[in-house]
Design a protein around this ligand. Structure first.
Ligand SMILES: C[S@@+](CC[C@H](N)C(=O)[O-])C[C@H]1O[C@@H](n2cnc3c(N)ncnc32)[C@H](O)[C@@H]1O
Length: 220
């Protein structure tokens, strides 16, 4: 699916509280330093226009949400929408999520990881660029807290199937747990912009959730 042009960003909006670069993330990792408070942290990979981030942050104010979006323009767009709504429990980083997971996020620290409609990289020779690759899935398992969840949705049946086949070969995450489709009561009641576009086109959405066991000896 193609992308519509983004609205121009008002240069007078202060984005410093919502938009971060890779270099600006705290080292060592420190949720309180990033959000100005402690609390559970959920991370979304590939936030694009940020519908999930702003909906989830508004619905669950007790949770901190960090979106990671590699495209700077989209990250700025999200930061504007978070700043306009004064959502202090959500931030967006303009960076490569795979690098942040591998280099910065500590083991047993995330309540949930969300990956919605990642780029499918249709051509076989490009599939190694997919986010849902072995090294990332290992990092997801390592960084999730015991009992934490991985949410993976896509409209690409082949990507869904190959990821569900890959997961048990490189992680001990439990699933896939069934995720029922909920009716959308209004135009914003979809989890992400892509979900809205796919469902309005009457195409199927493949949804899964995986859980890290409550007690695990495998990962310290
Ligand atoms: C197809 S869009 C889906 C966006 C959104 N999740 C949704 O469902 O509406 C995938 C997004 O992931 C971003 N992306 C791809 N690889 C990434 C990476 N390694 N780190 C962070 N973002 C990435 C892309 O720039 C793009 O905005």
């Amino acid at each position: 699916m193609g992308r519509r042009a983004l609205r121009k960003i008002d240069p007078n909006i202060d984005l410093t509280g919502h938009l971060k670069t890779f270099e600006q993330l705290p080292r060592p990792w420190d949720v309180a330093a990033l959000f100005g408070r402690e609390g559970p942290l959920e991370v979304e990979v590939g936030s694009a226009k940020g519908l999930f981030l702003r909906g989830a942050a508004a619905d669950r104010p007790e949770v901190n949400f960090l979106g990671i979006e590699v495209a700077r323009k989209y990250a700025e767009f999200i930061a504007v929408s978070l700043a306009k709504r004064s959502l202090s429990n959500a931030k967006i980083v303009s960076a490569d999520a795979l690098q942040i997971f591998h280099e910065l996020i500590p083991s047993n620290s995330l309540a949930a990881v969300h990956v919605y409609f990642p780029d499918p990289w249709w051509k076989k020779r490009h599939r190694k660029r997919r986010v849902m690759r072995e090294s990332f899935l290992r990092d997801v398992e390592r960084t999730l807290l015991p009992g934490g969840s991985l949410h993976f949705w896509t409209d690409v049946e082949e990507y869904f199937r190959t990821t569900l086949e890959l997961l048990p070969t490189c992680t001990t995450l439990i699933g896939p747990l069934p995720v029922p489709e909920t009716p959308a009561e209004n135009d914003m009641a979809y989890r992400t912009h892509f979900e809205r576009r796919v469902r309005k086109a009457n195409e199927p959405v493949y949804r899964s959730e995986f859980k890290k066991a409550e007690h695990t000896d495998k990962i310290a």
